[in-house]
Write a new protein. Structure first.
Length: 266
């Protein structure tokens, strides 16, 4: 069954435990978490962040914090446009990436309706053996699948504002909370229908757009990627083909070296 995550922003206290512990677990470099109170943006070095909003509800102004990360779409647009298959969807619904395959074309950045995949702009190219890549949240795929546990953000949330489990269960829980407390929640489960459905779901005290959650179509976004690809200039497409060729050449060359090295030792 596909996994899901329910974020109840009415329970979020803005402690940033999810953000900081994810950062530590994946050993992501950034001085902002160590030496400043500034709230970072989602980038190649922040797989999830907590954002803060002041929302005018008419009678009062509420301060609301919200956990943000990759949505892990049921049918991901990022995966559909990747020319080398660096992004793929796993059996449990997590959308993960293979940095060894990434050629840095950034098609996924342009295709994602939530602006999630991020490029390592401050990393220089290192010939054919390395360089910048795309990075994002992977739903703690290895922890969930090999250790039978939950995501780091779910484990460290002190108020249980972040729940993790099967997606159908998370949707049912979201509707149960809204039905039981209609005065507490805005009557909408964000992510249930957006872009055909996402693993990341939200329930809030206010409308989703007031917390920076974008309005999207409810159809699967890969239906639109053919139009997207048709708008990419021919020159850029040619560059992608060249980069793909370089990747294939590099992979074969490294495999050949490994075989020769192994043969020399025997």
């Amino acid at each position: 069954m596909p996994v899901g995550m329910l974020v109840d922003t009415t329970k979020c206290i803005g402690c940033r435990n999810c953000e900081i512990n994810c950062h530590k677990y994946y050993n992501l470099p950034d001085i902002r978490l160590a030496g400043t109170d500034a709230s970072p943006e989602l980038d190649a070095y922040h797989y999830n962040v907590v954002k803060f909003y002041q929302v005018n509800t008419g009678s009062i102004t509420k301060n609301i914090s919200i956990h943000k990360q990759c949505f892990h779409c049921s049918n991901p647009a990022c995966m559909s446009v990747c020319p080398v298959g660096a992004l793929h969807k796993t059996e449990n619904g997590s959308v993960i990436w293979n940095e060894g395959k990434c050629i840095g074309c950034r098609y996924c950045q342009n295709a994602c309706p939530f602006d999630i995949p991020k490029f390592e702009w401050n990393v220089g190219w290192e010939g054919l053996t390395g360089g910048p890549k795309i990075a994002k949240c992977i739903f703690c795929y290895e922890l969930v699948t090999t250790q039978n546990t939950t995501t780091i953000c779910n484990q460290v949330c002190p108020t249980k504002a972040i729940l993790f489990g099967e997606r159908d269960d998370m949707i049912a829980e979201a509707h149960d909370r809204i039905s039981a407390n209609p005065d507490r929640y805005y009557n909408y489960v964000y992510g249930e229908q957006e872009v055909g459905g996402t693993a990341l779901l939200y329930i809030n005290a206010v409308s989703p757009d007031q917390l920076g959650l974008p309005t999207t179509k409810n159809q699967f976004y890969p239906e639109y990627t053919h139009e997207f690809l048709s708008r990419i200039p021919l020159e850029i497409s040619a560059i992608a083909i060249v980069l793909s060729g370089i990747y294939i050449f590099r992979s074969r060359r490294m495999a050949s070296k490994a075989e020769n090295s192994s043969g020399g030792k025997d």
